[in-house]
Each structure stands twice: as structure tokens, then as C-alpha cells.
Ligand binder design. Sequence first.
Ligand SMILES: C[S@@+](CC[C@H](N)C(=O)[O-])C[C@H]1O[C@@H](n2cnc3c(N)ncnc32)[C@H](O)[C@@H]1O
Length: 231
Amino acid sequence: MTADAGTLLYLYRDCVFRVPDGVQPPKAGSLFFCRHLHVRAGERVLEVGAGLGLAAVLAARAGATVVATDIVPAAVEIIRANAALNGVTIDARLGDAYAPVAGERFDLIATNPPQMPTPPGRERADATAAADNGGVDGWDVLGRLIAGAPAYLVPGGRLVFTIFAFLGCKAAFARCEAAGLIPRIVGSESQSFPRIGYERLDHLRALDAEGTLPSGMPAGVERFVIEGQLP
Ligand SMILES: C[S@@+](CC[C@H](N)C(=O)[O-])C[C@H]1O[C@@H](n2cnc3c(N)ncnc32)[C@H](O)[C@@H]1O
């Protein structure tokens, strides 16, 4: 970075976040996720795939003890820096899915994971791809997070995650139930159809088992926040 490269800042609620190169700025899905993330003071919270730490910082400011992970090293660094900028401490860790928290349990696991279905041969290893690409069917990361959640939740603990309608709400419920979680929708919202979704429209149509995509060009997409609770 050159000395006069400037600093990109993102303001949200009463917080300020630095947005470094290589970490995606918050998008509509990030704000939707934050709006439906209800954190109680004193809770132990894990955010998987925390990006620049938006939801993690808000949870810490609400009085939770927060562990935030990401698979991108620059994200882990900026989560720590953004926590300090907003007067809180977050335990930021590098790694895939639950690997950085082996043996630990949480009241709340929150994630807005990469979930854009990615046609074969279109995978990339950069940070933007890490933020968006969810494997061929979109479920690579989210599927593992749902299946693994009970081992990292206390009894009564919640897994809260976002999902695009074209991945399938019924499929998400079925995955939660198969893992032993009781699912419910806690929020839904129509958003602009994602740009990379247009680029991958044929691939998305081939996967859209619950028939959520219109036959013409989609103008928007429904997104959901789903909670799966461990009994
Ligand atoms: C859609 S972005 C969400 C970022 C942030 N939570 C938000 O809502 O703005 C997904 C994040 O998950 C991270 N990620 C991707 N694959 C991951 C994995 N296997 N384990 C942990 N984090 C991952 C990405 O680097 C990215 O920061």
C-alpha cells in the first residue's frame, strides 16, 4: 500500500469500521444479518466468517463475549483493529469453519457465509471468492456449519445464518433437523439480485429445486435469516 492510498471507512449505527484491501465491504446481506441478530449481554458468541467484524463488533458492544473467525488473514487482522476502534475486544482467529474453536461451546453461533453456487472451473483462491463462493451447490460452508453446530452449542443455544431463497428454505430446515436443531425463520427480505447471480443464472436455475427463480430475468431475490436451536 502506498503512503497516500487513503483509508476506506464504513459507518454503521454508532460504530466505524476500516475496510482494508482484500476484505469485502458490508453488503445488503450483512446489514440484513445484523438486523436479525439478537444478542444478549453476557452471552458467549461465535461469528464464523466475520469479514471486517461488523456483526462481531455489534455483539461485543451489546455485552457479549465474542470469538470471530475468518479464513482470510487480512480479515482476522481487521476484526481486531475494528474492535479496538470501537472500544471492544474480540478474540479473532484464523481458520476454516469450526477448526479455530475446537472443544468450545457457545450460546450463539452466527454466520453470513459464502453461499453463491459456483459453476465447476470458476473457483478462485482470492478473498473476494472466499466471501462469495459456496461451492458448486452453494452449501459447501453453510452445510458444514449447520451439521457441525450442535457440537459447538450449549443446550438451548442457537445457530443463526442467512440464506438465499434459491438454495432452498425447505432444504435449510431439513439440514437443521438432520443435525438435531429446531429451525425457524427469524427474518426475510427482498434484495436486489446479486451481480454474480446474473453471471451464474443458468447454474442457479439448474439448482433451484424449490422453484424460487422466475422464468425471466430476476429483479430481486428473497433472503432469509434462519435460526436453528439446540433443544
Ligand atoms: C459473505 S462474507 C460475510 C462477511 C461478514 N460476516 C458480513 O456479514 O459482512 C463471508 C465471510 O466468510 C469468510 N469465509 C469463507 N469461507 C470460510 C470458511 N470456510 N471458514 C471461515 N470463514 C470463511 C470469508 O472470508 C468472508 O469474510
